[in-house]
Design a binder for this molecule. Structure first.
Ligand SMILES: [Zn+2]
Length: 265
C-alpha cells in the first residue's frame, strides 16, 4: 500500500504513471511510478489543470513555435485570420512537417477557397497569445513541486512516506489538488534563455531543452522549486505563498539562475 502524495489516501488499485511535466511539453523521462500519485489525483490533474493549460493560447503558440508534438504526435495549430476580410483561419503543421493554412470552421471553407482562387496573396494575422490563467498555472507549479520532491527521494527508504505525510507540505498539496487554502500562491517567472535555444553537449551535439528543474535550499532554510519551460524560469516556495526569500536569494546571487549554476557545477 502506498500513500498518495496529494490526497494522502492509501490506495490499492493503481495503474497509471504520473508525468511530472506533461508528455505534450516534451517530457519523456521524468515520471513517478503508479501509486505515488493515486489514479484519481492523476486524472484530476490531467483533466482539470494540465489539459486547460496545454489548450491555452500561450502553450499552443509555444508548442507550435517549437514544433513540440503531443503524445499522439500532433503539433497544435494556432488561430489566425485573413486581413482585411476577417476570415477565421487555422495555421497548422502536419505530420510530415509541412505548414499550411485552412479555414477554421466548416462555414468558412467556401469563402477561403474563393479567396485563394481570386487573390495572389493576403495577410495572415496572428494575435499575440494571452497569458495562461495564473491561478491554474500556480496550481500546476505546486503539483510539479511536490512531485519533484517525491522524485528526488523515491529511492530512499521511508522518504516517500515522509513526502506524503509531512504537514509542512500540506498547504501546497491542498492548494495544488483542491485549490484550497491560499487564494493565490505566487510564483516568480522570467526568461533565462531563448525559447529555441540550442545547448551543446560534451560530444558537440546540439540539443534543445524543453524543460528542466531543480530544488533550491536557501540559507534561510527555505525550499523552492526552480523550473524552466521553453526558456522561462519559474520559482515557487514549498512552505508558503510568498517569495521574499527567493527575491533575497536572487539579489545575493546577482540574479543568476540556480538551474544554470547547478548545470555548471
Ligand atoms: Zn490521490
Amino acid at each position: 500500500m502506498m500513500r498518495c502524495i496529494f490526497c494522502q489516501n492509501l490506495s490499492g488499485q493503481l495503474k497509471v504513471v504520473e508525468h511530472i511535466i506533461p508528455e505534450s511539453l516534451g517530457n519523456k523521462e521524468h515520471f513517478l511510478p503508479p501509486g505515488v500519485v493515486c489514479d484519481k489525483c492523476n486524472q484530476y490533474f490531467g483533466s482539470k489543470i494540465e489539459k486547460p493549460l496545454l489548450e491555452s493560447d500561450y502553450f499552443r503558440h509555444a508548442r507550435f513555435r517549437t514544433e513540440t508534438p503531443s503524445k499522439k504526435g500532433r503539433i497544435p495549430s494556432i488561430s489566425a485570420f485573413l486581413f482585411p476580410t476577417g476570415l477565421g483561419l487555422e495555421y497548422f503543421i502536419d505530420k510530415e512537417g509541412n505548414r499550411g493554412v485552412a479555414a477554421r470552421s466548416e462555414k468558412d471553407v467556401a469563402a477561403w477557397i474563393k479567396y485563394l482562387e481570386t487573390h495572389q496573396h493576403g495577410n495572415l494575422i496572428i494575435l499575440k497569445p494571452k497569458r495562461s490563467d495564473e491561478k491554474l498555472f500556480s496550481r500546476f507549479l505546486g503539483k510539479v513541486a511536490i512531485e519533484v520532491l517525491a522524485h528526488r527521494y523515491i529511492k530512499r527508504d521511508g522518504w516517500l512516506e515522509h513526502v506524503a505525510t509531512d504537514p509542512q507540505l500540506d498547504p501546497l498539496r491542498r492548494y495544488a489538488r483542491f485549490g484550497k487554502g491560499s487564494s493565490f500562491w505566487p510564483f516568480r517567472c522570467r526568461r533565462i534563455y531563448p525559447e529555441d535555444h540550442a545547448f551543446v553537449d560534451d560530444t558537440g551535439q546540439f540539443y534543445e531543452v524543453l524543460h528542466e528543474f531543480t530544488i533550491l535550499y536557501t540559507r534561510q532554510k527555505e525550499l523552492y522549486l526552480v523550473l524552466a519551460i521553453y526558456g522561462i524560469e519559474y520559482a515557487i516556495n514549498y512552505a508558503g505563498p510568498e517569495l521574499e526569500g527567493y527575491e533575497m536569494w536572487l539579489r545575493e546571487n546577482n540574479n543568476r539562475s540556480y538551474l544554470q549554476m547547478v548545470e555548471a557545477s
